[in-house]
Ligand binder design. Structure first.
Ligand code: NAP
Ligand code: HSE
Length: 433
């Protein structure tokens, strides 16, 4: 009979202090749900002198990780300190000491998830990581449990709040990337070093985790083709808008037959698509299942209490399993071998913006190139480029293979009539699949 559950917390920053607050303030609800008292016993920090803005109720702070990992009275380790190599070592040690683990760390799970989950199973321990993707949105449990009976074929996620905030402001206020990024940093939405957010790496880690769970195959971070938003201009957003599209940084995981594609890229989605109305720092994951059809999960992707809610919900799951004596059985190991689509097998629509000579023969040259590659055009917009003899030409293709579109991009540069290829983007979400 479990009478009391003791937690060792690694980290007391933004998420850690939220976890302490929720466990303290929701104690009655937690006791009702799990049937016993849940207490944070020890907390690992870097700096013992730092002023904390959370009520600790006598909980011991320590700088010595062994004091937490080797404490026989601690049942569950909650890792909210971040980092990868050292943290991996701590979690492996915790699992080998038969402690269940909850983590919010997508960097770690995207790189070492399968090793950690295997170690958890070998030690009959739970390892949950709901908060690692889309903060407060319970998306991982929805994939693994809520949609367990379905076959998921496509996931499109706005899983990075920083870039969604920047793209929303650029699009709604007609402002340039650099200016909005600076404002986002001043407001605390973007980190002082925003590289991993704006270049798409943060979203890549999250879509690797979503792909692994949604498709039940081991998706590695290296499998994700990544491009970020730092080269997106306000003109791209304006022309996309005129043609009926909104720009989002989308983590895409799709499968056809036994082949999958996993990527992160700035993507145009139709204004009518549910993802187009996800604004500012909010996150959303659109999931298409063969049986259920379209679903979308929306909410805060980060922040102290939203993220801590996901962490504590994982803790509740661990404690329920403890009471039932079924820990270590929840991890669903990947079922399928991974086969990635080649560029010939990826089919999508594309947006292309070029500057070309405003003279007779320009369109003939362009359409001849497209038809040589068997790519058909769905929408074309042409406008004069101010104070020049150039035309701004924006095209949306019908579905084409990635390989054919890449060939067009390469050959466009050699056409005499083309002055500059300004930008090209994937278009997704026209029609259900
Ligand atoms: P944070 O505010 O920087 O807090 C990190 C905490 O860990 C601090 O309390 C720090 O101690 C402690 N710490 C870091 N390295 C340590 C070490 N080597 N030894 C001992 N203590 C150490 O981080 P956070 O924003 O809470 O994020 C924590 C984790 O949650 C990360 O993996 C992050 O990716 C994930 N996450 C965060 C959010 C969010 O909204 N913030 C959302 C989803 C997921 P001191 O306080 O003494 O410096
Ligand atoms: N840096 C992340 C974002 C926060 O902007 O969404 C948590 O993963």
């Amino acid at each position: 009979m479990v009478r009391k559950v003791s937690v060792g917390l690694l980290g007391l920053g933004t998420v850690g202090s939220g976890v302490v607050q929720i466990i303290d303030q929701h104690q009655d609800k937690l006791m009702h749900q799990v049937g016993c008292e849940v207490k944070v016993r020890k907390i690992l920090v870097n700096d013992l002198e730092k002023k904390r803005d959370v009520y600790l109720n006598g909980t011991r702070l320590t700088k010595d990780v062994d004091e937490v990992l080797n404490d026989p009275d601690i049942d569950v380790i909650i890792e909210v300190m971040g980092g990868v190599e050292k943290t991996r070592d701590y979690i492996l040690r915790a699992l080998r000491n038969k402690k269940h683990v909850v983590t919010a760390n997508k960097d770690l799970m995207a790189l070492y998830g399968s090793e950690l989950l295997q170690t958890a199973v070998e030690n009959q321990c739970d390892l949950f990581y709901e908060a690692s993707v889309a903060g407060g949105i319970p998306i991982l449990r929805s994939l693994v449990e809520g949609l367990a009976s379905d076959r998921i074929t496509k996931m499109m996620g706005i899983v990075n709040g920083t870039t969604n905030y920047i793209l929303t402001k650029m699009s709604q206020e007609g402002r340039e990337y650099e200016e909005v990024l600076k404002e986002a940093q001043e407001l605390g939405y973007a980190e002082s070093d925003p590289t991993s957010d704006v270049e798409g790496l943060d979203a890549a880690r999250k879509i690797a985790i979503l792909g692994t769970l949604g498709f039940s195959m081991n998706i590695d971070l290296d499998d994700v083709e990544v491009s970020g938003i730092s080269r997106v201009t306000k003109e791209d957003l304006e022309y996309g808008d005129q043609l009926g599209y909104t720009m989002k940084l989308i983590g895409l995981a799709s499968r056809a037959g036994d082949k999958v594609e996993i990527c992160v890229q700035p993507t145009l989605v139709p204004h009518s698509h549910p993802l187009a109305s996800v604004h500012n720092e909010f996150n959303a994951v659109y999931v298409y299942g063969e049986a259920v059809g379209e679903t979308m999960f929306y909410g805060p992707g980060a922040g102290k209490l939203p993220t801590a809610t996901a962490v504590v919900s994982d803790l509740v799951e661990v404690v329920k399993n403890m009471r039932l004596g079924v820990n270590g059985n929840s991890a669903v190991m990947p079922q399928f071998d991974k086969k990635l689509k080649s560029a010939e097998e990826v089919n999508a629509k594309y947006f292309l913006r070029i500057h070309a000579k405003d003279q007779s023969g320009t369109f003939a040259a362009l359409t001849s190139l497209f038809s040589d590659q068997n790519v058909s055009l769905e929408k074309i917009l042409q406008l004069p480029v101010k104070d020049s003899k150039l035309a701004e030409i924006i095209m949306i293709t019908h579905k084409a293979t990635k390989k054919d579109f890449e060939n067009i991009l390469m050959q466009l540069k050699d056409l005499d009539v083309v002055e500059d290829v300004k930008s090209s983007y994937r278009v997704e979400g026209d029609g259900i699949q």
